[in-house]
Write a protein that binds this ligand. Structure first.
Ligand code: BES
Ligand code: MN
Ligand code: ZN
Length: 497
């Protein structure tokens, strides 16, 4: 997507194959004097003809008189364009793209548009197509979009949107890869590729021997049934003073979740190639942060393994010792995400993080509770919860805070070990959050359950690139804070001393 400067008063003199003009709903004229009068005359003309009325969504005007453009697509935005919200904007954008056919479209960005940044993001987003495994190209790939802008005021938004889009595309390409191609070893290659691409990034891949040395008994148990050896890529981005504490972002990267010995049923099983969306988000986020050169330090960790049944697989009833020293009785080998995450969190805690955020397709219960509209957000710091939820609102990539009260912790009581890895008849999303809280302890930490938001479960089955908009917005806000304070709510802390 390119941009081009255009004097809005000379829109009529602009030659274009297809000029897209966003018309605010119910508006008789434009809320600006910037356009030439003939544009308003054109709209009035079609209104009189009855072609443009209150229920019109689009109108394609061919060879409009007084305009150099050979076609003009009027789009009713069905919104107050001054206060446009993200969801409406992306609906408009997908509608617009639906109307284009092999077009070289030029979209006017009205100078008064408040949601310009989100509109740009939505345009980038809609241009994504996962076609690595298709041999024919699609109509969508033949569309080129140019944004017509009146000044430089959208430049920063464009850079941001481009970096976000590049990161999200990387996340989606990776997340859409099936389990036979995207293995833990492949994750390691992606993490090392970031190190190659950006001078500000350095990557270490911890192998199984190193994870054993660190005492990651829970992490390693999950991958034991797989022929693909596990590993833990750690990706460091330094954008601030090197000694400044980093924000650690840990992604669940289960490259395929069969459930293990607690085997899943067939209909849902094939979508478990998406059980690495959290890890894929970390890869995309690190790329976006490095592209934007954000003045923060961020360390990304991919907690990756494949969860398979096998003679050597871990089993229900097993008791595992985590890196924190706490022991876990396995109720279900299908509650594997929290097992890799808890050791990764303990590892992060030992490196003086500013705070920890984990991102995981952790529970089916998240889909039942919040669906695809909001990720489940849990954490031990009210300010951190609030900052993340706000970043979600601002970016149109919502999250909703769920409680992790001690009352919910009881579901994890075990007669044999310090805890068990799953409750029975308990609210599954919160129980999983409570489990992780026991490992975060007193370190500011938040957990995003993205089971329903990161891919289209049961429908399109394709990755969305979420929660990158939320995470990048959070880091952008964070880089503008002077002395962030994250107090710990001891009620939400779990039982770690
Ligand atoms: N990866 C799944 C959760 C999931 C389900 C993500 C559907 C996306 C779509 C996770 O590992 C899992 O199996 N969770 C169990 C936990 C239970 C055994 C406590 C679940 O949600 O059923
Ligand atoms: Mn599982
Ligand atoms: Zn899983």
């Amino acid at each position: 997507m390119q941009t081009q400067h255009l004097n809005m008063a000379a829109v009529d003199n602009h030659s274009a194959e297809l000029l897209v003009i966003l018309v605010p709903a119910g508006q008789t004229g434009f809320p600006s004097q910037a356009y030439p009068a003939c544009l308003e005359t054109l709209i009035e003309h079609y209104k009189k003809m009855g072609d443009w009325h209150s229920e019109s969504k689009y109108l394609l005007c061919i060879n409009p008189p007084e305009f150099k453009a050979s076609r003009i697509l009027l789009v009713d935005t069905n919104m107050d364009i001054v206060k446009a919200d993200a969801k409406r904007i992306s609906n408009v954008v997908s509608d617009v793209l639906e109307q284009l056919n092999k077009a070289k479209a030029e979209i006017i960005m009205p100078p008064w548009l408040q949601g310009g940044e989100l509109l740009i993001q939505a345009l980038f987003h809609a241009s994504y197509k996962f076609s690595d495994y298709k041999t024919k190209t699609s109509r969508r790939e033949e569309i080129s979009v140019t944004l017509l802008v009146s000044d430089d005021s959208l430049d920063e938004s464009l850079d941001y949107a481009r970096a976000l889009h590049n990161g999200m595309s990387r996340t989606r390409d990776l997340a859409n890869m099936p389990g036979n191609l995207c293995t833990p070893g492949y994750f390691a290659e992606c993490a090392l590729a970031l190190d190659e691409q950006f001078a500000t990034i350095s990557t270490d891949v911890l192998d199984e021997a190193q994870l054993t040395e660190l005492g990651m008994g829970a992490y390693l148990a999950v991958g034991r049934g797989s022929v693909h050896p596990g590993c833990m890529p750690v990706i460091r981005y330094v954008g601030a003073e090197p000694e400044e504490p980093a924000i650690w972002v840990i992604g669940k990267g289960i490259t395929f979740d069969s459930g293990g010995i607690t085997l899943k049923k067939p209909p849902g099983m094939q979508s478990m190639i998406y059980d690495m969306c959290g890890g894929a988000s970390v890869i995309g986020l690190m790329a976006a942060v490095a592209e934007l050169k954000l003045p923060v330090n961020v360390t990304g960790v991919i907690a990756t393994a494949e969860n398979m049944p096998d003679g050597d697989a871990f089993r229900p009833g097993d008791i595992l010792t985590t890196m924190s020293g706490q022991t876990v009785e396995i109720i279900s080998t299908d509650a594997e995400g929290r097992l890799v995450l808890c050791d990764a969190i303990t590892y992060a805690k030992q490196h003086q993080p500013a705070l920890i955020i984990d991102v995981a397709t952790l529970t089916g219960a998240q889909i039942v509770s919040l669906g695809s509209h909001a990720s489940g957000l849990m954490g031990n710091s009210p300010q951190l919860n609030q900052a993340l939820q706000q970043a979600g609102d601002e970016s149109g990539d919502r999250a909703w805070t769920m409680p992790v009260w001690p009352d919910y912790q009881d579901a994890l009581d075990s007669p044999f070990a310090d805890m068990r890895n799953a409750g029975s008849q308990s609210p599954g999303m919160i129980t999983a959050g409570c489990y992780l809280a026991r490992f975060a302890g007193n370190t500011p930490w938040a957990h995003l359950d993205i089971a329903g938001t990161s891919f289209q479960y049961g429908t399109g089955n394709s990755a969305t690139g979420r929660p990158l908009p939320l995470l990048l917005q959070f880091l952008r806000n964070y880089s503008n804070l002077t002395a962030p304070q994250w107090s710990i709510n001891t009620d939400a802390r779990g039982f770690l001393p």
